[in-house]
Design a protein around this ligand. Structure first.
Ligand code: WT7
Length: 627
């Protein structure tokens, strides 16, 4: 089952230069002194006041760097801007139509300061939530950093989500300010943002909508004429450009919140995961350093959207904490030519490239055109978000990395904040395996009753004990935080099914719960079903992730219709539209079919696992253990 036989060994060139040369001995020694390991990492960063204790572990609550005072922006930006890195490139940005922007650490610092001052003027204080909804623009990074700098909690909403989702999250966080842009380019289309505004202004706490002009056109053609005093619409070009460019970092307690990020769970409502300044900062810093081996002469490109945790930890914070140079790109990696991504790698001389398996499978469709690119700047490749099949792994390794670059599969979650199971450049690599636990991390495969399983047995992937970077809580729903630790005493249950082989390599099989991974995105079946059920024709609905020929899951919806309705093309379209309008384009079902009834347990729970097995052509087989 596991392709254990195939191992790719690191070459001498790689081994000579990497930070982490001997994983096994570091892992072993780290387990003997977990606190010493992380305190050493924390000492590589600057603190306004040192911590009293590295860890306070009051199961299941952890506090890292207790009573330490810091600000992640001081370490990610200010300290570089006052060092030799002042004139080093921090961010390269390219828009889909081809515009370019370059920000050195010094320039980024001044921009962040201006926005910090502007936000304060708009009434944002420490602890307030600010929601950000924009495509990948330099201003999105500036916005995140400016919020963190003044102690506000940023709430970045992925640009593909609907106005309904945006409104809910604005209201739940009582956001005072929404930062957005007037338009976005994707796949050759210019999308105006005006559609979200009628939703956004329904948030009673919202005082200002701050708009960055992505294009120089009337800002919102459809801007509503509101007679209300608030929210007021203000423009980046006016309030930010003219603000003073000096601003101090707010001293934050290690456990003060840094951001909220929503992620889908099994319940209908996504969870607001809270991460804080201290532990997250140290975890993001060290994992980026040791996994991606980032150095001062690297150009690092992670293709994730900033609205996802990968965008937070491994586009923005991790690389900048290490003083790295990053590339961000606004649009479709395959537009206007399928090899746009390869063109970007050559043009910017990208050395580290981090992406998702779905992208790799679409890169594979244009293999011939790759001959036009040298890709010789690359030295390290990495993937995340969904299992990578060995064939895609090998293609990426050979055709993009030219057999020269380690290809690292990395496993983690929104809740974990940082990479927990991973490959390292100095490690022998097994195509399709997510590698081994990061130093200090205890990982195991458990049975439904909590016993540790033997090698190659499938079970629940669990993490023992706390780590810096783990979520602090689930916003306004602390019970949901406890749920992760409540299934098996002593363990954080990830929701994934996995196994571990005789050499200690982990193999992730997929989710054990009702969460679908579509192109790396995480979507709850309940969110889709709720939208489908809102159609008057639908009596009952079940959504599943169905493996497609591309290797990634697609969303398939089963419906039971009310009497008198027929599932014709029009109704299928209407049902799909409901989901797109309610959740967003990313949740669009690819297939909708009708059944006369849905398979359910005696207590009335839908047997999605059974529907999935039928889809896979396995017929009705005995259900595996209920994880
Ligand atoms: C879920 C978390 C954290 C990065 C982006 C996703 C799946 C993540 C891998 C991997 C197989 C993976 C898991 C996990 N996943 N990385 N390397 N191999 N599956 O974050 O949206 O919170 O999703 O993504 O199922 O639980 P997320």
């Amino acid at each position: 089952m596991n392709s254990n036989s195939e191992v790719y060994y690191p070459n001498k060139n790689v081994l000579e230069k990497v930070y982490l040369k001997d994983y096994d001995s570091l892992y072993k020694s780290s387990l003997n002194d977990v606190e010493g390991f992380w305190s050493q990492a924390a000492c590589e960063l600057e603190w306004f006041k040192a911590w009293d204790r590295v860890l306070e572990w009051n199961y299941p609550y952890a506090r890292w760097f207790v009573n330490g005072k810091c600000n992640i922006v001081h370490n990610a930006l200010d300290r570089h801007a006052s060092s030799w890195r002042r004139n080093k490139v921090a961010v390269y940005w390219e828009g889909e139509p081809g515009e370019k922007e370059v920000l050195t650490y010094g320039q980024l610092y001044r921009q962040v300061n201006k926005l910090s001052n502007a936000l304060k003027k708009l009434g944002v204080h420490k602890g307030d939530f600010v929601t950000i909804y924009m495509p990948i623009l330099p201003e999105l990074i500036i916005s995140m950093l400016a919020c963190a700098k003044i102690g506000a909690v940023h709430n970045v909403i992925y640009y593909g989500y609907s106005g309904r989702v945006l409104r809910e999250r604005l209201i739940e966080t009582s956001s005072k300010v929404l930062i957005t842009s007037n338009a976005a380019y994707y796949g050759g289309t210019l999308t105006p943002v005006s559609g979200i505004i009628p939703y956004a202004i329904q948030c009673p706490s919202l005082k200002y909508v701050l708009i960055k002009k992505r294009i120089d056109l009337p800002v919102f053609p459809g801007l509503p004429k509101t007679s209300k005093e608030f929210p007021k619409f203000v423009y980046w070009e006016e309030v930010v450009n003219n603000a003073p460019d000096v601003s101090e970092c707010e001293p934050m307690d290690s456990s003060d919140p840094l951001f909220i990020i929503y992620t889908s769970g099994t319940a209908g409502k996504p969870k607001g995961i809270i991460h804080s300044h201290g532990g997250y900062m140290v975890g993001a810093y060290l994992t980026t350093k040791l996994v991606f081996d980032i150095k001062d002469d690297d150009v690092y490109w992670c293709t994730a959207s900033l609205g996802w945790i990968t965008g937070h930890t491994y586009v923005v914070y991790g690389p900048l904490l290490n003083g790295g140079t990053i590339l961000i790109y606004e649009g479709d990696l395959g537009y206007p030519i399928q090899t746009r991504w390869a063109k970007l790698i050559d043009e910017y001389r990208v050395t580290i490239f981090y992406t998702i398996p779905t992208n790799i499978r679409s890169f594979m469709l244009a293999e011939r055109e790759l001959e036009n690119y040298s890709l010789d700047s690359l030295r390290l490749l990495a993937t995340v978000g969904e299992p990578i099949d060995p064939s895609a792994w090998k293609w990426f390794y050979e055709k993009v990395g030219k057999g020269r670059c380690p290809l690292l599969d990395t496993w983690w979650q929104t809740e974990t904040g940082i990479i927990l199971i991973t490959n390292f450049p100095s490690m022998p690599l097994k195509p399709g395996s997510a590698g081994k636990p990061f130093p200090t991390i205890k990982a195991a495969i458990l049975s439904p009753t909590g016993e540790i399983l033997k090698e190659n047995e499938k079970g629940m992937l669990a993490i023992g004990g706390p780590w810096p970077g783990m979520m602090d809580t689930v916003y306004q729903d602390p019970r949901k935080y406890i749920d992760y630790w409540d299934i098996v005493e002593g363990w954080y249950i990830t929701g994934d099914i996995a196994s571990v082989d005789k050499d200690g390599y982990f193999w992730i099989k997929g989710r054990s719960d009702d969460v679908i991974k579509v192109a790396g995105y995480r979507i709850g079946t309940a969110e889709i079903e709720r939208a489908v059920l809102s159609h008057p024709a639908v009596l009952d609905a079940a959504a599943i992730g169905k493996p497609s020929s591309s290797g990634s899951d697609i969303i398939k919806v089963f419906v039971v219709l009310r009497e008198g309705w027929v599932l014709d093309d029009l109704l299928i379209e209407e049902i799909k539209r409901r989901v797109i309008e309610d959740v967003g384009q990313i949740a669009a079902p690819s297939e909708v079919v009708a059944l006369t009834s849905l398979p359910k347990t005696r207590s009335g729970k839908i047997l999605r696992r059974l529907l999935r097995q039928l889809e896979l052509g396995k017929g009705v087989i005995e259900l595996e253990g209920q994880y």
